[in-house]
Design a protein around this ligand. Sequence first.
Ligand code: CDP
Ligand code: CDP
Length: 232
Amino acid sequence: METRKINIAIDGFSSCGKSTMAKQLAKKLNYTYVDSGAMYRAITLYFLRNHIDWTDITEVEEALKNISLYFKVNSQTGISEIHLNDENVEYVIRDLVIAEKVSEVAAIRQVREFAVKQQQEIGKQKGVIMDGRDIGTTVFPEAELKIFMTADIAVRVERRFKELYAKNPNVTIEEVKTNLEMRDYIDSNREFSPLRKADDAIIIDNTNLTPNEQLTKVLDLFKVALNKNISQ
Ligand code: CDP
Ligand code: CDP
């Protein structure tokens, strides 16, 4: 049986279904899922908790020395969860308070270098599905399959609002929309590894697709990418 594995890079705007697709695919293929955004969110949580002034690069560099991040699969859910200095922060980092600052923090060169180094280390073993903003362009420019996801902004806002509202009924649709638009803007316009579609990435617009429909689409693309890789 063919056991060769490939790396899969999934990039795109906020809340368009990247992690949903990456998780489904990882389960189906028995691959490792890595949520690169969780790393930037966890670093932001650390900065906020420790009152780090991230406009001061020396403070940022010192703070990064005290941050250790790793992913650990929850044996009950099978989902990989991020740990910040041994604390499971998978759920706290999803808060809007973090979402409001994460794009500023993720724009800092030193923060990106810190995260990308670890992401590339994980990717060496192959069989990794990573989602984010710069995976196909910077982290795994050699990934055998690259997907760039999009969906209409109204649909993305609605999807993210539902998630956040379930946890906190004080959240408004307006603040979710403002946050997604602000992050998409900062992420696309920052100096270091801005959000871009890699030239060889395949676009999936899932505005009208259910999670199952998007999985079928990506599985077809996976088969093509794997066969191409084997025959080379
Ligand atoms: O899930 P959602 O699309 O809301 O965001 P995320 O994937 O958790 O990423 C949170 C933030 O981290 C993004 O808005 C980016 O600012 C940053 N990020 C990044 O700069 N590069 C990545 N590879 C992943 C995330
Ligand atoms: O990772 P990203 O921020 O791109 O998005 P996500 O967290 O995977 O998806 C945001 C929300 O959209 C989740 O609640 C998904 O269940 C939902 N979703 C959906 O309704 N239909 C899809 N085709 C994909 C995601």
